[in-house]
Ligand binder design. Sequence first.
Ligand SMILES: Nc1ncnc2c1ncn2[C@@H]1O[C@H](COP(=O)(O)OP(=O)(O)OP(=O)(O)O)[C@@H](O)[C@H]1O
Ligand SMILES: [Mg+2]
Length: 254
Amino acid sequence: MSEVMIEMKNIQKRFKNNHVLKGVDLTVNEGETVALLGSSGSGKSTLLRCINLLEIPDEGDVRINDFSFSADKINKHVKLEARRRTAMVFQNFGLFANKTALENVTEALITVRKKSKAEANEIGRKYLDKVGMLGAANQYPSTLSGGQKQRVAISRALALDPKIILFDEPTSALDPELVQEVQRVIRKVAEEKVTMLIVTHEMDFARDVADKVAFMSEGQILETASPTEFFTNPKNERTQKFLERYMQRFTYTI
Ligand SMILES: Nc1ncnc2c1ncn2[C@@H]1O[C@H](COP(=O)(O)OP(=O)(O)OP(=O)(O)O)[C@@H](O)[C@H]1O
Ligand SMILES: [Mg+2]
């Protein structure tokens, strides 16, 4: 039996009168890649951010492997422990502009993980190499393409050896011709059984990379299934509508 890496139970979140998460349950097992799909505004980013506590849930329980917390007992210590076990890859890369690719990867290893500079550099080089970016170790983000920046951000997440990597639309800020290179890297990471939760609007990528697909609509997860089951035989009516709309958009843009 593989371990549970993420378990969320009855997660609720409101922004003023906007009830954004309406009791979400989600489990991600060790080594699994889960794709989180859903229309714009359905609450996907908010749900991810309730795992590493960039947003504080109003209600519910979260477990990140060996660490559990309840919405009503979140303090600085809990935030620190949640962030120690997770890494996030953002749409807009989130690299430090004044640091080289290698320094971006080693920063948290040195300041948070308390590694020596030499050890951090060794780890940093190893993970830059994994995403094909070792040759750009000394370059600044402004000299890299969007795809290259995102690969550095992914190597930074991997270097932290987190329990799970949270991806929020990792390819949606990229020029179309750069999407593939980043998807290829994520696929390679998935093959190495790194646990990942990926929010994406790219259906082909989700189908290809995910072990499990979860579909969110209006603050709830309506359906969780294998990619084959999800894309060929969606059970929920709203899932069917979502996929139909996606297919229509696809034919219009051809
Ligand atoms: N910090 C915030 N303050 C107030 N409202 C917010 C905040 N963050 C998100 N929301 C609202 O919560 C709802 C869900 O937003 P969220 O960003 O989680 O959706 P999403 O599924 O990630 O959408 P998208 O696919 O467009 O990224 C939206 O109505 C949004 O306006
Ligand atoms: Mg979002």
